[in-house]
Design a binder for this molecule. Structure first.
Ligand code: IVH
Length: 683
């Protein structure tokens, strides 16, 4: 029985079939349907009519209903979605999902090529060129060839389990094809994309149904993939393109190009026009060709990715904090359009910062409707001399918030008066204070805008991730006087929530539960949630790893903080300042009183090879920034200090060393060059 070629669609009556016949036919149907899915969705060369395909599908479903003992998670009939969930599960990636350093200029790319050659010691570096897809980056893991799970990138270390949603995408194989040896473990990375045409059609339907349209195909893809009800994902115009191996066990693969060539044999769709080259002129050519062609493509792309081909060279180069040294993204120039400023308003953010914002006549900038754009600060508005009524050029570069680049002056037209910053907070009327180029409302949390921003940030996805506590709800909680600081959230009762617009018994209970559930929280997330200036997700993780608990961090001195690689004076000062403020201490105490407990981070297994050893660095190292070098020493249990003393054990000397080298010689400190240092740390 083979349904791959010219399948028959006349079948035996199910009542007359025995188990073994059914088992065999089910198996053949599943293989046949997967094969036709591949031809249709990946190869774009369907071999049978839609009608015959539907008949096969219907037959499989009937057989599965009649013989439930042959159920399988990888059956094509399972692409219809699963029961809805209340929240997406978190998953830890098999290995961190890095992101790419993005560059805008040719020179930077040239510099990247030089860096690669210098550090691999090779005269010729072979690169693979690919488009930079603008969708949702995902990881999919196959074990013994079977789809195990799929996840979003999240913070790079943990993502959200979106398996059920991914399984509804026809170009995601549920089982790897076996044209090539199937690895026992294969973790791949790809981009979920929405076809541009499908996006427009879907948005139209949304508007007709009275729903909010998505801003662009990327948001639509990302929003759809994070749906809690996978049934709603079925039939959305989504696709996937695979572009990276994260981990493989089984076949030996030595280069990226080799991996890309293996993908189709496993049923994994790749981009049809990737390129391999060692010539800089080809990189330039590929970039400019794609930049011209981008509007004609089915998917949104926003640049070119240049990847070193050889896996062992990649491994030797390693990665920086969050991005590999062996790849780079060369973005396309941003898209610009001209429109009119209808008004300039001033917004107040969670830190109290006042930001002038231009309200614009809506304009399409590269597929996204832009109706507001940031003007950053007063100096910018004055420098660009943007006024109400002006025509301005608006630019949008990838993810960045749209920006007003310049005012295009029309001669002879009478202009409105110059913009100036208000001397009172436009939300609460308190005094404003100037700090450098920025103005701040001085009212702290008694300014509703700051409070709303702060609580919203606390509840946001990357922070405590409180389901159902979006901006609209936060606004109501503040306006109705239920919440005066983040600690108040934990005192809300179901009855309080019921008084808010849009809540019924069930949803109020759900939100109450969602809040209470966050009482046990990972320390780094909690730290990020507090909204301390200069403490973003990454810094929060660094601090949490180092100090392990709130108690330790609260007592840290500026010196303790600055000791840590990656923590500079600005961050150190801001953290110290936060914990010194009476108001913040009180909120933390109340949070603790309410039972909120940041979970102590397990201490990292530290190597102690350098226990008791002190290093000093002087001059520039070729492969490491100072912070990275310091971190390498600390990870092995050593210390890095900034000046030479009798306690110094090693001095590592880079290019153009300073006077520290002379001092080290005097103190008879052991001198290492970069290669010796690398050897010592075991690279
Ligand atoms: S490779 C470490 N290849 O760009 C290498 N990424 O900032 C990581 N992306 O989140 C990925 N097209 O979503 C790779 N051809 C491509 C890509 C690509 C788009 C995205 C990916 C990632 C972001 C990196």
């Amino acid at each position: 029985m083979d349904f791959k070629k010219n399948p028959k669609t006349l079948f035996k009556k199910i009542e007359k079939m025995d188990k073994s016949e059914a088992r065999e036919e089910i198996k053949a149907l599943r293989e046949g349907i997967s094969h036709h899915d591949y031809l249709y969705y990946i190869d774009n060369r369907p071999a049978i009519s839609d009608e015959s395909y539907d008949k096969l599908f219907k037959r499989l479903r009937e057989l599965e209903d009649a013989f439930p003992e042959f159920d399988s998670d990888t059956s094509p009939t399972r692409r219809v979605g699963a029961p809805p969930v209340s929240k997406l599960k978190k998953v830890r990636h098999v290995s961190p999902l890095l992101s790419l350093n993005a560059e805008m200029d040719e020179e930077e790319v040239w510099e990247f090529d030089r860096f690669i050659k210098r550090n691999t010691g090779k005269e010729k570096a072979i690169y693979v060129l690919e488009p930079k897809f603008d969708g949702l980056s995902v990881e999919i893991v196959y074990r013994e060839g079977v789809f195990d799970y799929g996840a979003t990138r999240g913070d790079g270390e943990t993502g959200e389990d979106i398996s059920e949603n991914l399984k509804t995408i026809r170009s995601v194989p549920l089982r790897l094809h076996e044209k090539k040896e199937v690895p026992s473990l294969l973790a791949v990375r790809g981009e979920v994309l929405m076809h541009k045409k499908g996006f427009i059609r879907m948005n139209k339907e949304r508007v007709e149904r009275g729903e909010e349209p998505f801003a662009n195909p990327r948001n639509a893809a990302a929003g759809t993939m994070r749906q809690l009800d996978s049934k709603k994902v079925v039939g959305r115009p989504l696709d996937i393109i695979f572009y990276e191996i994260i981990k493989v066990e089984g076949p030996e693969i030595t280069s990226h190009w080799e991996a890309l060539k293996l993908f189709p044999g496993w049923g994994l769709k790749t981009w049809e026009d990737n390129r391999k080259t060692s010539q800089f002129k080809d990189i330039k050519g590929y970039h400019s060709k794609l930049s011209e062609k981008r509007d004609e493509l089915d998917f949104e792309i926003d640049g070119v990715v240049i990847k070193l081909d050889d896996f062992s060279d990649r491994e030797n180069l390693g990665s920086r904090q969050r991005s590999p040294r062996w790849a780079i993204a060369w973005k396309f120039p941003p898209k610009k359009e001209v429109t009119t400023v209808e008004d300039i308003v001033v917004q107040v953010g969670r830190t109290g910062m006042l930001t002038p914002v231009a309200l614009l006549q809506p304009v399409d900038v590269g597929g996204v409707t832009v109706s507001r754009a940031t003007l950053h600060n007063e100096e910018e508005v004055i420098k660009k001399d943007v006024r109400q009524g002006d025509d301005v050029r608006v630019e949008r570069a990838g993810d960045v918030i749209p920006e007003v680049v310049e005012s295009v002056k029309a001669r002879g037209r009478k202009r409105k008066k110059k913009f100036s910053m208000p001397d009172r907070c436009p939300v609460c009327g308190s005094e404003v204070e100037k700090e450098g180029a920025y103005y701040f409302c001085t009212a702290g949390l008694s300014c509703p805008a700051q409070l709303i921003g702060r609580v919203g940030h606390f509840a946001s996805r990357a922070a405590l991730d409180i389901d159902g506590l979006g901006e609209k709800t936060v606004r109501q909680l503040v306006e109705k006087d239920f919440v005066h600081d983040i600690a108040d959230l934990y005192e809300l009762t179901v009855d309080d929530i019921l008084k808010l617009e849009g809540f019924a018994k069930k949803s109020a209970k759900q939100l109450h539960n969602a809040i209470q559930k966050t009482k046990k929280v990972r320390f780094d997330r909690f730290l990020y949630a507090l909204g301390i200036r200069h403490v973003g997700g990454h810094v929060a993780r660094v601090l949490a790893r180092e100090f392990r608990s709130m108690e330790n961090l609260r007592e840290a001195t500026i010196e303790d903080l600055e000791e840590i690689a990656e923590i500079g004076p600005e961050i150190a000062l801001s953290v110290k300042h936060f914990f010194d403020q009476e108001e913040n201490r009180k909120v933390l105490e109340r949070l603790e009183g309410a039972g909120v407990k940041a979970e102590e981070m397990p201490s990292r297994k530290k190597e102690s090879r350098f226990e008791g050893k002190t290093f000093v660095f002087t001059g520039g190292l070729a492969k490491y920034t100072r912070a990275e070098a310091k971190k390498a020493v600390e990870e092995l249990g050593g210390r890095a200090t900034s000046s030479v003393s009798g306690e110094t054990d090693y001095i590592v000397v880079g290019e153009n060393p300073g006077s520290k080298l002379d001092e080290a010689k005097k103190e008879k400190v052991k001198i290492l060059d970069e290669t010796e240092f690398e050897k010592l740390i075991g690279k």
